[in-house]
Structures are given as structure tokens and as C-alpha cells.
Design a protein around this ligand. Structure first.
Ligand code: CA
Length: 226
């Protein structure tokens, strides 16, 4: 799970980042509204923590532009201001939840968990299905009929991304950023290696689902309609 923190108070931003990482999330930080919006628009985040008073673009504007672009990533607004008016503006702009500073770390983490659960594709069950495949988050297994295999963390993340975006092409760049992170030195080659691991596992499972390469772009899942 990847969280974007858009907060100009450097110390608070880094506290939030530590808190999230201790809780198992990967967290990226932006200190102004403009770079925050650019990052948020990449759609690689599961949750966005957004401060209201920000340099360059305020939080409400960031949120409105994000929603105007059709980006539905859950947003938790953070603000020092507690007036009802601001809450209404925030929720009207498309925020999913509102937290007033100062807040307890526990409260923040509970909100983040609630927002992650709200993601429609993860809401109903622990598993994701696609064609004859089923991916179980709790056991990191991929199964097809009677057969199943255990996936490594990166294989799991990659397969999950492909299965949650069935029939959409996932670019190599998106896979790299989402799975290895912005600051990683991983290259396209790493993606290809993991795709080949996954293909081998799909063959072992005798699954009808194939990972199709879209030349110069990326990958998508292909499977016979049942
Ligand atoms: Ca601020």
C-alpha cells in the first residue's frame, strides 16, 4: 500500500511518513500543492493525506483538480482549522474524510485503514479473481482450480496490480514506480524478470490467463471469456 503525504510543515510531514512506514505502508512526501497534485495524478497511491494550507496550490484546489481529472484515490484532509465551513468545503471538493490537527497517531492510522478498505476492489473479500485465477492476500497464493503457488512479495504486488486492472494495459513505468518506488534504481529489466517468473507460475497452474506484452508500452492480462 502506497500513501502520498502532501504537507508543507516539514517536521510534521516526516513524522507522518515515519508513522505510516512503521505501520507497513510505503509513504512519499510532497511539501507543496503543485508537486503534490503532479504526484497524486500518477494514480499510484492507495490513499492521499492532504493538508489544506499549502504553498503554490491550496489543498482544496488540489482536491478539486484531482477529482476533475477523474482520479478517485481516497483523500484524507488534514487541517489546523476546525470550522464547520472548511469541513463542508473539503467534503464538497471530494474529500473522503477530514481530520483536524492536532490528531492522535492512532486516529490517523485508523482513518488510513478505513480509507484503504473503502477502495472498491479490495472491499468485499480478501481475494481478487480474474478468469480462472484467484489471488489471496492473506496467504500470498495464486490458485487455479486445484493447483496453487506461493508468490514472493513483488510477484504478488505485480499480479495484484494486473488483476485489479483487468484488460487495461499497465505500463512498465507504472509497475516500476508502484512496486519498487520512485527512488529505487530498479529498471525495466527488473519488471521483465518478474513478469517471466509470473508467466512460469501461470503455466504451472495450467491457467487460461496469460500476461500479454504490449510492445513498447507494458503488459495486460488476457483470458478466454467464460
Ligand atoms: Ca500547512
Amino acid at each position: 500500500m502506497r500513501v502520498l503525504v502532501i504537507e508543507d510543515e516539514v517536521r510534521l510531514a516526516s513524522t507522518l511518513q515515519d508513522l505510516l512506514e512503521l505501520d507497513g505502508y510505503t509513504a512519499d512526501v510532497c511539501h507543496d500543492g503543485e508537486s503534490g497534485l503532479d504526484n497524486a495524478l500518477t494514480s499510484i497511491y492507495d490513499v492521499i493525506l492532504l493538508d489544506v494550507m499549502l504553498p503554490k496550490l491550496d489543498g482544496f484546489t488540489v482536491l478539486r483538480r484531482l477529482r476533475a481529472e477523474g482520479n478517485a484515490t481516497p483523500v484524507l484532509l488534514l487541517t489546523a482549522r476546525s470550522e464547520t465551513g472548511d469541513k463542508v468545503t473539503g467534503l464538497d471538493s471530494g474529500a473522503d474524510y477530514y481530520l483536524t490537527k492536532p490528531f492522535e497517531p492512532k486516529e490517523l492510522l485508523a482513518c488510513v485503514r478505513a480509507l484503504v478498505r473503502r477502495k472498491p476492489e479490495l472491499r468485499e473479500t480478501d481475494g481478487v479473481t480474474c478468469g480462472d485465477l484467484r489471488l489471496e492476500q492473506s496467504s500470498f497464493t495464486l490458485s487455479c482450480a486445484e493447483r496453487s503457488v506461493r508468490l514472493s512479495r513483488k510477484e504478488f504486488d505485480m499480479m495484484e496490480l494486473l488483476m485489479l486492472n483487468q484488460k487495461l494495459v499497465i505500463t512498465k513505468e507504472n509497475l516500476l514506480v508502484k512496486i519498487w518506488g520512485y527512488e529505487s534504481e530498479a529498471e525495466d529489466n527488473n519488471v521483465e524478470v518478474y513478469i517471466s517468473f509470473l508467466r512460469r507460475k501461470l503455466e504451472y497452474l495450467h491457467s487460461g490467463v496469460k500476461i500479454k506484452t504490449i510492445r513498447m508500452v507494458g503488459y495486460c492480462l488476457e483470458y478466454p471469456e467464460s
